[in-house]
Design a protein around this ligand. Structure first.
Ligand code: SAJ
Length: 454
């Protein structure tokens, strides 16, 4: 029976490319006949899977979250920066599929590890997701396989944690029988300008051949590759990038506390300092530092410093400043209300935006949740409005976002702008309140409503 292809007909969408596994991996990466497995379909893994599918690879996404797997197979995106159409187009052509069973790794030529690297309760690195991924891959490891770790981790994790776990249950040796590299994800959620494609990709292979094979994979989707001399350099670069940001944010937060005492605008100070065309990189104060990266990654660097007998004092100092910001927001609000003869405990307070940053729906580590918790503890009447976050649990209580219709029916003594989303009409919100504490310097004059910057 001739296949559809042999009959010259359009191959049915379900047909997978025939792959000659005998050909070396380098050739299958060049002609994109390699099968790629992406472990973790989150904010880092799904955009990577989409770009690899678009480049022509067959990509299987692996995730332990059944709901996430179901959504992807239905052509829907569980990640705010990836559209449903992005997913559906690749599902339709069978370039992309998702599974929650890891035996597909036996068929995969490459495995990209894009799993979370959170902190444990004591702020120490939590590598259980990387270790689980390593175990899954090790169980299906085969010759000529490329494994790329993309999850943020401390220097040495690739060579001293991942590689031994991969080698433990087979005679295969990294750098000889299979290949390993570290290539940190640099996704900036909500950033429309910089994406997987135009953000330079660091690659640190365990051996030069490992770097070469990882480069062959990424060159199909990334405009600029940067090969470094080892996985440790790539791991350390990622930690330095994010800790640089964390410390600089904490510096301007501390200056915000000082300028508040001085009675001058930190925003005007930063704007003025930014006129210096060299040697100054503006960062801006806010209610604190949220997200899955910036408040987490520096503690991987701190743990690495401790391992080498050093105390990373700046990281601890920066963390204590950033963690103080929610209290500062509440204290400033209390002072503003007191000037109007209102006690915090009897005030009706509207929080605007509780996602950890603009135009995302993620509330992990969001400082807005801390503000909500502090105000609730002070017995203020608190509600929030965030069209990207329908509900949030804070201190064991479930809060539901107001709708834009609700906003027009209630009056509030004050609002606190914590995370300004670009799709919200703050003018209409301002009509419902007498005072807005703007922690992001986002609002201009709002009619008769008094707007006070942090
Ligand atoms: N923030 C400030 N002031 C600033 C900048 C940020 O208060 O001047 C706050 C934000 O509101 C947010 C937190 O810091 O709550 C983190 O913001 P972010 O955009 O720096 O962090 P992420 O985790 O969304 O994305 C970052 C990436 N961001 C940028 O470099 C702009 C980048 O560091 C990484 O690609 C990504 O983390 C990651 O995956 O590590």
């Amino acid at each position: 029976m001739k296949s559809a292809g042999q009959q010259g007909l359009q191959e049915p969408a379900t047909c997978k490319k025939h792959v000659d596994k005998a050909r070396p991996l380098s050739e299958r990466l060049r002609d994109k006949s390699a099968h790629i497995a992406v472990l973790g379909l989150g904010y880092a893994g799904l955009p990577m899977a989409i770009e690899l599918g678009r480049a022509g690879f067959v990509v299987t996404g692996l995730d332990i979250n059944d709901e996430r797997v179901r959504l992807v197979n239905e052509g829907r995106s569980p990640v705010s920066d990836v559209s449903d159409a992005d997913v559906a187009n690749l599902i339709k052509t069978s370039q992309l599929s998702a599974v929650n069973k890891f035996d597909v790794l036996a068929e995969a030529d490459c495995a990209l590890i894009c799993v979370p690297t959170p902190l444990a309760a004591d702020h120490s690195p939590d590598l259980r997701f990387i270790e689980a991924a390593a175990e899954s891959i090790a169980a299906h490891l085969h010759p000529d396989m490329l494994i790329v770790l993309q999850s943020t981790c401390a220097p040495g994790t690739t060579r001293r944690v991942l590689v031994p776990m991969l080698e433990a249950s087979s005679k295969l040796r990294a750098g000889e029988d299979f290949f390993v590299a570290f290539a940190p994800e640099r996704i900036d959620p909500g950033n429309r300008q910089y994406t997987v494609v135009n953000t330079p990709k660091l690659i640190g292979g365990v051996t030069p051949q490992c770097s070469e094979l990882a480069s062959l994979l990424f060159t199909s989707i990334v405009e600029h590759l940067v090969i470094v001399s080892s996985p440790e350099v790539a791991e350390m670069s990622k930690l330095v990038e994010n800790t640089f940001r964390f410390i600089n944010i904490s510096f301007v937060n501390e200056m915000a506390l000082l300028c508040d005492r001085m009675g001058i605008s930190i925003w005007e100070v930063i704007e003025a300092a930014s006129t210096k065309p060299f040697a100054f990189l503006p960062h801006h104060p806010g209610p604190g530092v949220g997200g899955h990266c910036i408040p987490v990654v520096p503690f991987y660097l701190e743990a690495a410093a401790h391992e080498y007998g050093m105390a990373a004092r700046l990281i601890e100092a920066a963390s204590s400043i950033n963690e103080k910001m929610p209290q500062f927001v509440v204290a400033k609000l209390e002072r503003l209300l007191a000037k109007r003869g209102k006690r915090l405990g009897e005030a009706r307070v509207l929080l605007l935006g509780i996602a950890y940053k603009q135009n995302v729906n993620d509330i992990r580590e969001s400082p807005a949740l801390r503000v909500l918790e502090l105000l609730t503890k002070r017995e203020a009447h608190v509600a929030y409005y965030d069209p990207h976050v329908p509900s949030a649990t804070c201190d064991g209580m479930v809060f539901r976002s107001l709708t834009s219709r609700d906003l027009n029916q209630e009056h509030y003594d004050c609002a606190v702008l914590l995370t300004p989303h670009s799709d919200v009409d703050y003018c209409s919100v301002a009509r419902q309140v007498d005072l807005i504490l703007d922690t992001r310097n986002y609002l201009t004059r709002m009619g008769g409503t008094e707007v006070v910057q942090l």
